[in-house]
Design a protein around this ligand. Sequence first.
Ligand SMILES: Nc1ncnc2c1ncn2[C@@H]1O[C@H](COP(=O)(O)OC(=O)CCCC[C@@H]2CCSS2)[C@@H](O)[C@H]1O
Length: 373
Amino acid sequence: MLIPFSTKNCFQLLCNLKVPAAGFKNTVKSGLILQSISNDVYQNLAVEDWIHDHMNLEGKPVLFLWRNSPSVVIGRHQNPWQECNLNLMREQGIKLARRRSGGGTVYHDMGNINLTFFTTKKKYDRMENLKLVVRALNAVQPQLDVQPTKRFDLLLDGQFKISGTASKIGRTTAYHHCTLLCSTDRTFLSSLLKSPYQGIRSNATASIPALVKNLLEKDPTLTCEVLMNAIAAEYAAYHQIDNHISLINPTDETLFPGINSKAKELKTWEWIYGKTPKFSINTSFNVLYEQSHLEIKVFIDIKNGRIEICNIEAPDHWLPMEICDKLNSSFIGSKFCPIETSMLINILHRTCPEDDEVHSKWNILCEKIKGIM
Ligand SMILES: Nc1ncnc2c1ncn2[C@@H]1O[C@H](COP(=O)(O)OC(=O)CCCC[C@@H]2CCSS2)[C@@H](O)[C@H]1O
């Protein structure tokens, strides 16, 4: 449902945004600049969904500025096991989010700015938006050499990526969102975006790795605050609107009715992992058991994030096939996820409570499988 700008809802939006009514009438021709007070990636992505689904952007473009606590954001059609180090992320408490737009995987932290340009489908123009960002950067530092590329990245000094782009085009409205690296932890970025998982086969969209750099490394005055203000000023000038950034709270249901359920959906396992395009894993592990080396072969098919086919093969003298197959069949239908695997093995143990040796061998196999989840 589109909620036009002039409805009660939008009136509320503008009031709550603290835009003085008179000032709004006199100075604002069209458009809004919003900035989130939240650093939660799911809440901020929910704001994008809400604006996309409910606002009538005809003649009233919106710029949304937002930053997140450390998170990895994958594209709509990507495979997180292929794109990032999920074990490291869990260890470090890094959130994983799947966005609704296509494209590759990026890392966000408080040193990365996200910009979402909302327009009607007709007015959607990524190059125009990127040129606006370049003008803003040059307004604060005229010496910066920043250029948009054909794939809508922004490159610093002709070689370092400082911004990546993705977009979503709906029936009537569209948005183009991009990152801007100001002072992100680059070491962390590259270690998180390196997948340790081997033998994955899939048709999921693959990311295009690039050399990245922070703007602050080029000029220490280019802080996130300076950059956000510069972009807002350039946006206001370009659209001839008031240079005012309205702070919004993405959990405010009076402003965005239904937004919390959008954030909740974006946080679910079913959305983040379950939307992964079907894939398979063909790999092997070496296991040391009582001084001998064993080779364990693994073939797994995963659909909607759940195990569809599972063939774990151990040497028959170590674990007879029928015992190994009990483990294989217990995996069918379960989430490709270490927590679910731990629960599953506990249930399986209860089917033969007295056999400690089998338990320990199943445990060894499960620990190995959890390592690739
Ligand atoms: N934050 C950030 N900014 C720019 N480039 C990055 C970033 N994080 C990682 N990278 C580099 O880009 C590639 C992936 O490039 P690739 O071109 O595959 O993907 C993208 O650029 C997607 C951009 C999505 C922007 C959205 C805006 C709001 S929510 S996320 C990655 O391997 C790194 O080398």
